[in-house]
Design a protein around this ligand. Structure first.
Ligand code: NAP
Length: 369
């Protein structure tokens, strides 16, 4: 049995992560074990570390974080037909999700157990460090766009579906969730307009958006309202702090689907240093009330996304078994934003999380393992 190691969060809010030996877990019938070659950092990782049990309070300690991994298959469960030992794969490690909360299924370790319907083959031309940027961004975008309780858009295909004549607003197109959402929506036959910093317009245009707007411009809401006049809305996906309020303003005047799918939960931009729990709770509750009043007044439906709900519905297999492997092979879907490797080994993960916490622009922080 291979010897396994993990970067552990030893107790709530503990820092830095501790690298220790951890058992190697054999796969269940519909699972695979991969030897990870790359893991990417998500906001969730350092938010969980700094907020402790305010987030995912079902997680017990010592805990392992990490959702995005790419590597080679080393063992397959008895009912697995799609994968064999040696295959190159990328997967969404789902071990922090409430219903699947097992440390063995988390990403920041050498050997991770993946559910087969949350893993995809990657072509030989895509390095592990690039593939690792995809999973949580893809999953979150897919939950928001395709779940029937969210925007309920039609599924993507390879080649892209026939144009639906509808336009999706993705607020925060240069984020990891945004880059995936843009590509998924276009593959599903929707036109996309987005926001980003002007330095990232080229990126989002390369991904296929029809128009990009600077979200810091004082006229951005009015500019987008003008742009969507005459278009039929497929709804909006808000990503980033303050994005939901802006999207609600825009949806008030649009024709078509008045639904807002919200990726970002309203946490303060800078975590408070004192009275942490009351301050976060106050910000959270007042933001929710504000959103609720505004949405009700204008007849806009809205819902927050949990980027792991697709594991338990048809969207998980639609993405990881069907769309992603085919789209990567056809090069109609790219790993975006670009990866930036900041270290090697589990010992580098805390440093990578600290770097991400300082802020990134159109890149995904990755560690090789
Ligand atoms: N609900 C879920 O399950 C779930 C899952 C994953 C992520 N999320 C949330 O989704 C958000 C994005 O996560 P991510 O990993 O995709 O982010 P990321 O790639 O780390 O985000 C970096 C990008 O954020 C953009 N940005 C910063 N402030 C913004 C704002 N106010 N409005 C729009 N864009 C802004 C920056 O764009 P420019 O450089 O172009 O300025 C930058 O490129 C986070 O709030 C995260 O917590 C939620």
């Amino acid at each position: 049995m291979p010897s396994n190691r993990a970067a552990y969060l030893t107790s709530a809010k503990s820092t830095p992560l501790q690298v220790k030996s951890v058992p190697y877990t054999k796969p269940d019938a519909l699972e695979i074990v991969i030897k990870s070659h790359a893991a990417a950092i998500n906001p969730l990782d350092h938010i969980k570390q700094s907020m402790g049990d305010l987030l995912f309070n079902w997680v017990s300690y010592p805990a392992i974080l990490g959702s995005d991994v790419a590597g080679e298959v080393v063992e397959v469960g008895k009912d697995v037909a799609r994968f064999k030992v040696g295959d190159r794969v990328v997967g969404h490690a789902i071990g922090l999700a409430k219903k699947h909360n097992f440390a063995s299924h988390c990403g920041f370790q050498k050997y991770t157990v993946l559910l087969t319907h949350m893993a995809s083959h990657i072509p030989a031309t895509i390095p592990y460090v690039d593939a690792a940027v995809i999973p949580l961004g893809l999953s979150t975008a897919a939950c928001g766009l395709f779940q029937t309780d969210q925007l309920a858009m039609q599924l993507p295909s390879v080649p892209a579906a026939k144009p639906t004549g509808k336009t999706l607003l993705v607020w925060g197109g240069s984020t990891s969730v945004g880059c995936n959402a843009i590509q998924l929506a276009i593959a599903a036959g929707y036109e996309v307009i987005t926001t980003a910093s002007p330095r990232n317009f080229e990126l989002v245009k390369r991904l296929g958006v029809a128009e990009a707007f600077d979200y810091r411009s004082p006229t951005v809401v009015e500019d987008i309202k003008k742009a969507i006049k005459g278009r039929i809305s497929a709804g909006a996906l808000s990503i980033g702090q303050g994005a939901a309020e802006k999207c609600l303003d825009i949806l008030t005047t649009c024709r078509g689907n008045k639904f807002l799918s919200m990726a970002s939960y309203p946490f303060p931009q800078t975590p408070p240093e004192r009275f942490v729990v009351p301050q976060i709770a106050f910000h959270y509750i007042t933001s929710l009330i504000f959103l609720w009043i505004k949405a009700r007044r204008h007849g806009i439906r809205r819902k927050f996304i949990f980027g792991d709900t697709l594991v338990d519905n048809e969207i998980g297999p639609a993405m990881y078994e069907h769309f992603l492997p085919e789209a990567l092979a056809a090069r109609s879907f790219v790993a975006a934003p670009k990866s930036e490797v900041v270290g090697h080994g589990l010992e580098s993960i805390q440093h990578a999380m600290d770097l991400h916490k300082k802020g990134v622009s159109a890149k995904k922080i990755v560690v090789t393992l």
